[in-house]
Design a binder for this molecule. Sequence first.
Ligand SMILES: [Ca+2]
Ligand SMILES: [Ca+2]
Ligand SMILES: [Ca+2]
Length: 252
Amino acid sequence: MKLQIQFISICTALLCVSGVKFNVWDDIRLVGANSHYKGRVEVRRDGVWGTVCSDRWSLYDAHVACKQLGFDGAAIARTGAFYGAGTGPIHHDDLNCKNIENTLDECPGRHGSSDCTHEEDAGVDCIKPSPQAKLPTCRPNQFLCQHFNMCIPARWSCDGDNDCGNNADEADNLCHAPINTGNNSNSLVMDDDSGGDGQSRVQVVLKLEGGKLPNEGRVEVFYNGEWGTICDDNFGMTEADIICRELGFRCV
Ligand SMILES: [Ca+2]
Ligand SMILES: [Ca+2]
Ligand SMILES: [Ca+2]
């Protein structure tokens, strides 16, 4: 292996924006509408997927759900299991979001229990991303399709679908075929072109360490049999961006 990894922690401190309230992508999803931008709202709390009761479910609450998903907001709040009844726990009830919150967890309401059945599961129709006349300011959990002045959910990048319209969200230099290992660490394949042959690839495993919250910490890499922080002479913003995104973070 030719990849040179130097353990210089100051380098990784620059990689990801910490302190930004930001939802890890896999904690909210839309189900039951066979659509990327509408469906029954399902959230994951303490590792368990569940639904949201539509008691007091209004457009304000729907806006927060859609923003948490990476959309600009909601078009319609759906009540009464409009997109079908879910299963599992009902994680939120009687939500009273003000549309100033970043996640449903932050909204006033009943969390962790409900007096509802799944026949009351909440749903949303989020605002479908569309090109803007001016360059928009995308939120941390969004990806900017530059050519089209359009913000899409960051989770849509590197998912195999051409969401920007020009494949910018699937570009090779952005995606590098990341592999999700399904646990607290993620692995991805990085080009190792230090040999100059343009062929070498190396798989590294990534995790965050030392933070108080799951979305904080120092990026560490497992390589050559041990964990360490990362920096490389050839390590650039593209690589930093890939790693941060793979870990579910906004990148600098
Ligand atoms: Ca209720
Ligand atoms: Ca409400
Ligand atoms: Ca995509």
